[in-house]
Design a protein around this ligand. Sequence first.
Ligand code: 2AM
Ligand code: CA
Length: 264
Amino acid sequence: MDIQAVHDYTVTIIKEAGERIRKSFFETMQIEIKSGANDLVTNIDKETEAFLVKKIRAYDATFRILGEEGMAQEQITSLDGVVWMVDPIDGTMNFVRQHRNFAISIGIYVDGIGQAGYIYDVVADELYYALKGQGAYVNGQRLSPLEALPLNEAIVGMNAVWATPNPHVEHEGIIQLIRTLRGTRSLGSATLEIVAVATGRMDAYLSLRLSPWDIAAGIIIANEVGAVSSTLDCRDVNLLTQDTFVVANPSIHKKLVGDYITLK
Ligand code: 2AM
Ligand code: CA
């Protein structure tokens, strides 16, 4: 695979998809509920994924595609060969309610190794991307390597509901963590939270349940600036299943997860 040619093509199609989404704001969208009231999908999610699948297959019909909305109609049970991980709109709730703060995400893996990652903040017109070993960029400007900091100066992305009794994580530890940190944020788009860590606007992002397409691109971008990704119990990320997730500045990753987070 000629990664540079694939890169140029991916930049073109992701921007074209973004332009289509921006135009969709002038039309009425159809909203459906998926697993629950917080889990939405619109016709624009499906149309955008269908558009990207068509473009990817037009480039090379042997590429395999795992997309959130299933428009590729493929079962991906291994990461052998070239696998594209596509989330047409990450942050659908933001898309529906705010018309901003959502992104298109594309990660390209070859035999399980991340080769290229793209996260396009459609309304800000900011394209974050990285090719493995070549650094991470936003709109052509290189992102700096992350600088070390202590946990009490860190800003961490997380969902506030974890600080209340919940079935997934010991909330007392989360309360202690919140008291220790400089601040918390919740942007509502996993991919934009990951690029916030990669750009140093936040120092970590935690989630109790993310899918491969939420994190595939972000891991590649974050890795290029030295950020560390794992599950919340410090296992390697597995891109074939839903799991917990953390991406963090390497200076705080171990302390954050080890001292404050206990999964139930
Ligand atoms: P999505 O918009 O593509 O569904 C919201 O806090 C973040 O978590 C979004 O990035 C959202 O992605 C993601 N997410 C992943 N799985 C989810 C689920 N089952 N329900 C709600 N949000 C989910
Ligand atoms: Ca999505």
